[in-house]
Design a protein around this ligand. Structure first.
Ligand SMILES: [Ca+2]
Ligand SMILES: [Ca+2]
Length: 141
């Protein structure tokens, strides 16, 4: 890309932000078919996101107590070329007092079509019915 005014050329850096958006939990913990928490409250839902060459290595969303949590924090921001050549990994947790319940875990290779669509949607584990992420691709200096 060239700037005529500046009479110089540079290679733009393309980056992508991945933000956990929302999920739907099963009504009960499939591990023992009981409530997610002893007091009968909904899961304390957190997403851990591991993106290629990200800083920090693990992004962690805020904790939302709901069967249908929506998150606004915990994105990773990486080079799009890294994202297209190495898989992301995410873990969905119900935060508990001593040991967190691991609800779902997956690895996925993001594709160019995903970047163009701007959203990632996954379905189908016993504890987690669905989860979605927003992908925002932008030019950085
Ligand atoms: Ca629990
Ligand atoms: Ca909990």
């Amino acid at each position: 890309m060239c700037h005529p005014a500046q009479q110089q050329c540079y290679t733009p850096t393309i980056r992508t932000k991945i933000q956990p958006l929302s999920a739907t939990f099963a009504p009960h913990d499939p591990a023992d078919d009981s409530d997610w928490d002893i007091d009968g409250s909904p899961p304390d839902a957190v997403v851990e996101l591991i993106c290629p060459n990200a800083q920090p290595a693990v992004s962690r969303s805020e904790e939302i107590e709901s069967l249908t949590p929506r998150w606004t924090q915990g994105f990773c921001d990486v080079l799009s070329t890294d994202l297209l050549s190495m898989p992301i990994q995410f873990n969905v947790l119900d935060v508990d007092a001593i040991f967190d319940d691991k609800v779902a875990s997956a690895q996925y290779q993001v594709t160019q079509e995903d970047l163009e669509r701007g959203v990632l949607q996954f379905t189908g584990s016993s504890g987690l019915t669905s989860i979605s992420f927003q992908l925002t691709t932008y030019y950085a200096q």
